[in-house]
Design a binder for this molecule. Structure first.
Ligand SMILES: O=C(CO)[C@H](O)[C@H](O)COP(=O)(O)O
Length: 229
């Protein structure tokens, strides 16, 4: 079975966790897109919920499948957010997110959620963060070179993300993303604090202590992981 099929399986499983009356955070990326598709179907079948999307792309998809959207002006808390991730650390469920470029909104929604359920195929599970992917850090476009130098003092190589045309990738918030290559991350909480203390950094793609559940699909079936398990 392909990675895409495993992503769909995890997404379908997680979409069943949404209950009547919930405020739901909708993630971004190819796995989260399967969740939006499944929730659109459940909404048509009569499930009543409202949702807050984590990107313009997800907003468009959600509207397209008829999911009613809401805002933080109307709801202070989100009951359940379902999102993808680029790496999930076994045991802690600490995450690297943001290869899709939506990390700022994703983190705002995650921080306001009672439960953050991560959906993924098994290739995303790692023993230590930074083993497979770069760490995205969203920075203001003004002075990004200076901000990148400060991040590099923490031991990384930081490069601005570019789009297919070679221009800088610009996030939904109008910022740039620096893709940072760190040696394997041994203390994610400390690194997160160090990065966030740099002037010019808007957010980092390290999500520490936020994930409550991970639904991971692979060759041996679907696993529902919780922190510590
Ligand atoms: O953090 C993200 C976007 O900013 C995505 O959730 C992450 O990149 C995973 O994407 P995919 O489900 O396509 O593998």
């Amino acid at each position: 079975m392909s990675a895409s099929e495993y992503k769909r399986q995890a997404a379908e499983f997680a979409a069943e966790m949404v209950e009547d009356g919930m405020v739901v955070g909708l993630g971004t990326g190819s796995t989260a897109a399967f969740v939006v598709e499944a929730l659109g179907r459940r909404h048509k079948e009569g499930l009543r919920f409202v949702a807050i999307p984590t990107s313009l792309a997800t907003e468009k998809q959600a509207l397209g499948v008829g999911i009613p959207l809401t805002t933080f002006g109307e709801h202070a808390r989100v009951n359940l957010t379902i999102d993808g991730a680029d790496e999930i650390q076994r045991g802690t469920l600490n995450l690297i997110k943001g290869l899709g470029g939506a990390l700022l909104r994703e983190k705002i929604v995650a921080a306001s959620s009672d439960r953050l359920v991560i959906v993924a195929d098994e290739t995303k599970l790692v023993d230590h963060l930074g083993m497979k992917t770069l760490l995205p850090v969203e920075v203001t476009s003004f002075g990004w070179e200076s901000t990148a130098r400060q991040i590099e003092r923490l031991g990384a190589q930081a490069s601005p993300r570019r789009n297919r045309e070679g221009a800088f990738f610009v996030s939904d918030g109008g910022n740039l993303i620096l893709d940072c290559r760190f040696p394997v991350i041994s203390d994610a909480g400390r690194l997160e604090q160090d990065i966030r203390s740099i002037v010019g950094v808007v957010e980092s793609g390290l999500f520490v202590g936020m994930g409550t559940d991970a639904i991971v699909a692979g060759g041996e079936g679907i696993a529902h992981l919780t922190v510590g398990a």
